[in-house]
Design a protein around this ligand. Structure first.
Ligand code: HEM
Ligand code: HEM
Length: 175
């Protein structure tokens, strides 16, 4: 096998799109909360998009073990680093949404959603909700940094090494 399976490729790019949407919605939510204008639908939409990332990642790891992966690109230190980065990305795609769920369970957001009452939404995180909220925020920053490094690696392969690595994560089948 020279490339990732079709379903692995589809989930890779779908995850990219969903992470961008979740990030945007999360940022909007934070801003709205500070302006005391956060809505239940805002929390619900963010949780649904972020939750889909978690479900897709679980599905993806099942597909990964069934379909396998292309052989390692090489054995250099940079290849090992790239592999390590993939593992960190998988870990973040699981832990980040889980911390989001913990925010909901440990703050008044959960109660507001259950009661359908936006007036119960927090304006500040206090009590047990502080920790998961801070961790969620930190993990978002870590995810952004790691994804940027990952993209720089892909750019290096595509434009400097010109070794066709992008083909492995593409639905276009040349030849
Ligand atoms: C890939 C997945 C996710 C990404 C990229 C993401 C991103 C973000 C971002 C950027 C924020 C704003 C952070 C801040 O500055 O305070 C945020 C906040 C939040 N997220 Fe997520 N999130 C994800 C998944 C989830 C999930 C699955 C849930 C819940 C089921 C969730 C619940 C929350 C909550 C409750 C907040 C706090 C909003 C507020 O009141 O300030 N997130 N998220
Ligand atoms: C423009 C954005 C992106 C580009 C160009 C890109 C490109 C690639 C390429 C070419 C590979 C295959 C590497 C190989 O065969 O060794 C790959 C793998 C991977 N990418 Fe991305 N990627 C992008 C965004 C993302 C994002 C946002 C995430 C997650 C948040 C991500 C997570 C992964 C993971 C976990 C793998 C390893 C797949 C596996 O071995 O199971 N990528 N990416």
């Amino acid at each position: 096998m020279k490339r990732y399976s079709k379903r692995m490729v589809i989930i890779h790019w779908l995850t990219l799109a969903l992470v961008i949407v979740a990030w945007y919605l999360g940022d909007e939510l934070d801003e709205a909360r500070h302006e005391k204008g956060a809505t239940l639908i805002g929390y619900f939409a963010h949780a649904m998009v972020g939750g889909s990332v978690l479900l897709l990642t679980i599905l993806r790891s099942t597909f990964r073990s069934v379909d396998g992966t292309p052989p390692p690109v090489g054995q250099s230190l940079m290849d090992m680093v790239a592999k390590g980065i993939h593992h960190v990305l998988y870990m973040l795609l699981i832990v980040l949404p889980i911390t989001g769920m913990i925010i909901i369970m440990t703050s008044s957001v959960g109660m507001a959603l259950l009661a359908g009452d936006a007036s119960l939404l927090p304006t500040e995180y206090t009590g047990p909700g502080i920790v998961p909220h801070a961790v969620h925020e930190i993990l978002v920053t870590v995810l952004i940094v790691v994804v940027v490094v990952h993209i720089l690696g892909a750019i290096k392969h595509q434009f400097i090494m010109k070794d066709g690595l992008m083909e492995r994560m593409s639905l276009r089948r040349k030849g």
